[in-house]
Design a binder for this molecule. Sequence first.
Ligand code: NAP
Ligand code: MG
Length: 480
Amino acid sequence: MERHHNYIAGKWAPSRTGNYYQSHNPACPSQILGEFPRSDAADVDAAVASASTARAIWEQIQAPQRAAILLRFSQLLQDSKDELARIITLEQGKALCESAGEVARAAAEAAFAAGEAVRLSGQTFPSERRGFSCYTVLQPVGVVAAITPWNFPVVSPVRKIAPALACGNTVVLKPASLTPRSAVYLASLLEEAGLPPGVLNLVIGSGECGQRLISDTRVRGISFTGSTAVGVCISEQVAARMAKLQLELGGKNPAIVLDCDDLDGAAQEIVAAAFLCSGQRCTALSRVIVQESQADEIRQHLVKHMEKIRVGNGLDPQTTMGPLVSRHQLETVAGYVRKGLNDQSTLVAGGQQLTESPESEGYYYAPTLFDYVSADSALAQEEIFGPVLPMIRVRNAEQALEVANGARYGLAASLFTGNRHLVDKFVQHVESGMVHVNHGTASQAHVPFGGVKDSGLGAFSIGPTAKDAFTNVKAVYIKW
Ligand code: NAP
Ligand code: MG
């Protein structure tokens, strides 16, 4: 079995602890995929020291050269799409076509970030006083910690690493411990793209490594994607030392159906956005809020489209929905379904674990739909992060908006309607970072991405706002 290592100062570095753990295939947990370091504080310290030292080297590299390295990285991602997609599916479980899409998306975001290196412009200002020049420049933050979740093992790290490097920072990546193989692959591609030693460092290990990283005062910027619970802990800790912080957190994203003239089309969009990645997407549609008079009909269409989902091993080309990522995730989902069965809601479809074949112990769960869910129940309020979709029936547009905004999260929201007046109202009043009308919650590779309320803090990632997380503004006054 292959043993993988950390990547520190341009070298594959065995963990100083000497301890390794095994990662598993969620479609077939008895299949061990590799051994990975169980790093500790000493490994994290070495990675931060390496990133600190490399700052001087990276600052000497001019922006067009940084862009060229990132463009090579983007090309390498495209060239290795098949191999990397297979790695994602093996360790994360999602269907192979989704994994291929994730790699393509990461390549597109890296290409955009490459261009940003040469677009890091400041502003010039007229002066109050004669003989002065006033302008701003954007400078790197310094050492950046990138801490990423397991649901997008390639896109999530690239979304942080590429813009951070473009802006002239050095990086320490701490990937989710469930999906380390993709991170190892990314580090090797960056090395192949010509990134100087120490500019990107990879430390594999548990959340304690993340904890150590954020408490290191040499780390001046932190970009974290993960659960709101961990995000809040990080925010509290980082407040004490004023490091720059970007948090991308959970969601409870509503699909609102009101005066909709294409319920079949709406259901198709909702099912795709709810069950992609087995519902383990921060932007998954995870509540359907529907006006009473359209509820029966959309429910029929939802069931029809859910029946087309083929649950199975992600490597099988017929599969459209893979297993959940872990036993823990499977048990969490089963726990929410039990709660749903215990309150007054109606189970319409799914509601049980699936075994793909008698000998498979994969973490498969059936696409699940509940109706008559009350807006204040756990199913309607909490991020389940699995293939469970609750339907909440409402009287009118006012109540739909009130229910949509009645959750702690504010990441993405979709409205399905033919009513132009409702579109304006929804776009203006829905409390979310991203709003979609008449399609599911699919983002694009150059458009800002982020959330409000408990879904995020700091600059939006992707597109032109990403640089705000990875640069500091410096105002310059020169007297001639
Ligand atoms: P998580 O448990 O919060 O973990 C995220 C990362 O933080 C992992 O690398 C984890 O390490 C590490 N970590 C855990 N405890 C830490 C601590 N105390 N200090 C520093 N780092 C720590 O999230 P997850 O379960 O991997 O991912 C699912 C969550 O991510 C969902 O809530 C989802 O909504 C959110 N998400 C948000 C977005 C977005 O853009 N808004 C995108 C994707 C996912 P270990 O893996 O070793 O525990
Ligand atoms: Mg977790």
